[in-house]
Design a protein around this ligand. Structure first.
Ligand SMILES: [Zn+2]
Ligand SMILES: [Zn+2]
Length: 83
């Protein structure tokens, strides 16, 4: 009794920590100037260029962005799904 619930609780905590890794980094000063807010990959000149999201205004990489032709602007995956 109780041991199974404990294991599940630990697993959930682990997942929560994983998920919050990016948001912790994002709070660091200038983090978003150097790295993508969504996947935390560093921006590199020409190869992985920085583009601002139209909605949340964070800088995102090419993997995390999609182009909105109508608005001629970039959207991050999160904002695109939220629309
Ligand atoms: Zn990214
Ligand atoms: Zn966004």
């Amino acid at each position: 009794m109780g041991s199974r619930g404990q294991v599940e609780g630990e697993l959930k905590q682990k997942l929560d920590e994983e998920g919050s890794k990016c948001s912790i980094l994002a709070k660091q000063q200038n983090f978003n100037e150097r790295c993508c807010i969504r996947c935390c990959s560093p921006f590199t000149f020409l190869i992985n260029t920085k583009r601002p999201c139209q909605d949340c205004k964070y800088n995102i990489c090419k993997n995390c962005s999609s182009y909105e032709k109508k608005e001629k602007a970039w959207l991050c995956t999160v904002c695109q799904q939220a629309r």
